[in-house]
Ligand binder design. Structure first.
Ligand code: AMP
Length: 419
């Protein structure tokens, strides 16, 4: 688990803001569920899911309740839906941390953030298209170029069950030629063997049956509509028959967006798909659902690698240098901030030289300087730090107007611009 320090932390906030902007314009409202839920909320995701069986931070609280820090948010959204019974379609977005006891490495952490959306109550394949298109649009807003969108259909639960049987038969026939890890995976969840990146498994994965052969007419038609919708929006994608994704609750459409710069084990920036049964399992009515979660940590690594969506420190309009004791700086910074300008100051009544050094380091557009002469005369010196213009002495009560009107001094860039 890591600390996110400034200015990186401001980038994280901006990331969530850009995401909110994209999805709020599409009719999604934010759900803020608790980080801690009853353990049962997550065990219902599926007992063949390692996220649940091996990686959960669960414990018994002081009231003897078995609880868990959330490993993902979809289950919480479905629990919330079952509890509050909102009208459908329920279009929800979220952002925040999740916890999984995984082996930490670049792009894989025990506490990591996700942003995501879920829509409950609609079966329309064109909703799947909307959901995928919003993930795509968001990545475009970040400026990422090296992306690969892959889609697949896992069919209806029956199709999927037949496919799993066929996979089991296929992989069992491979016997000892499969790696030991994949043989163990086969016991629990034959679909996940397709995820293996281990060399000895590859030939058997390549020759495995494909889900497309098992899709019912309904599921095939749904998937064809999804692909037609993506074509209509000119979103580039590839159908990847081996895509299964980690969670057991998916059916029909699933998709993943991969980055071009990360190791293959960590290259999934985000993904999602359709699911059913979750709301029902959590005590609500049978309700279709579709959504995605995008990893913040990993997407920002991809941004670093591609040199886009860089951290932008807040630009200060003024750094107040008061060498008369400090009380003038108290008043001036307060007045500037009240007027909506960004202002910082030096402390501890340090020397002019020391405070000017701080002003320089702060990156502020101007230093506003008060010495004994200025204090006596009711003036301040405004020294442009970036533009190279000459310093001026102005009446103190004109400072706010001066900084607000001289664009070379106070462009009031606050770092909230988005690409
Ligand atoms: P999932 O919920 O497993 O479908 O993951 C969705 C996205 O969350 C992934 O594509 C990653 O970007 C991110 N993610 C999942 N697990 C981790 C982790 N342990 N550390 C960092 N990011 C993660």
């Amino acid at each position: 688990m890591r600390d996110i320090l400034p200015p990186e932390s401001a980038r994280w906030r901006r990331f969530a803001e850009v995401f909110a902007d994209v999805v709020e314009r599409a009719g999604y409202g934010q759900l803020i569920p608790p980080l801690l839920e009853d353990l049962g909320v997550f065990t219902r995701i599926g007992d063949a899911t390692e996220i649940v069986t091996k990686e959960m931070y669960d414990f018994v609280d002081k009231g003897d309740r078995h609880v868990a820090l959330r490993p993902e948010v979809t289950a919480s959204v479905c629990r919330s839906f079952a509890q509050h019974r909102p009208t459908v379609p329920w279009k929800i977005f979220y952002s925040g941390p999740n916890f999984r006891y995984e082996k930490p490495q670049r792009g894989r952490y025990r506490q990591f953030d996700q942003v995501g959306i879920e829509v409950l109550g609609v079966d329309d394949p064109y909703l799947d298209v909307e959901v995928i298109a919003l993930a795509w649009e968001f990545y475009q807003r970040l400026g990422l170029q090296q992306l690969r969108l892959i889609v697949n259909s896992l069919g209806e639960p029956d199709d999927r069950a037949h496919y799993v049987d066929a996979l089991r038969t296929h992989f069992e026939a491979a016997g000892d030629q499969l790696t030991e890890q994949s043989r163990a995976t086969l016991e629990r969840n034959p679909l996940r063997v397709l995820d293996s990146k281990r060399e000895p498994d590859q030939a058997h994965i390549a020759s495995a049956p494909q889900i497309g052969e098992f899709l019912s007419d309904d599921a095939a038609a749904h998937f064809a509509d999804v692909c037609a919708g993506l074509d209509a929006l000119a979103i580039p994608y590839a159908i990847e028959p081996k895509l299964v994704r980690g969670l057991d609750y998916y059916r029909r459409t699933i998709f993943e967006i991969q980055g071009g710069t990360l190791d293959s084990a960590q290259n999934a920036l985000g993904g999602g798909g359709r699911y059913d049964g979750l709301v029902e399992a959590l005590g609500g009515p049978a309700t279709p659902g579709v959504g995605f979660a995008l990893g913040v940590d990993r997407t920002l690594l991809a941004c670093d690698d591609e040199g886009v969506f860089a951290p932008e420190p807040v630009e200060l309009d003024a750094f107040v240098v008061d060498v008369t004791g400090g009380l003038q700086a108290v008043e001036i910074t307060a007045a500037l901030r009240a007027a909506g300008l960004a202002a910082d100051r030096g402390y501890d009544n340090r020397s002019m030289k020391a405070q000017m050094k701080l002003a320089n380091r702060s990156g502020a557009r101007t230093a506003v300087i008060v010495g004994d002469d200025e204090l006596a005369a009711g003036t301040v010196v405004v020294k442009p730090m970036q533009s190279g213009a000459d310093q001026v002495t102005i009446p103190r009560d004109e400072l706010v107007a001066h900084l607000s009107t001289h664009s070379d001094l106070s462009d009031t860039v606050t770092g909230t611009d988005t690409p």
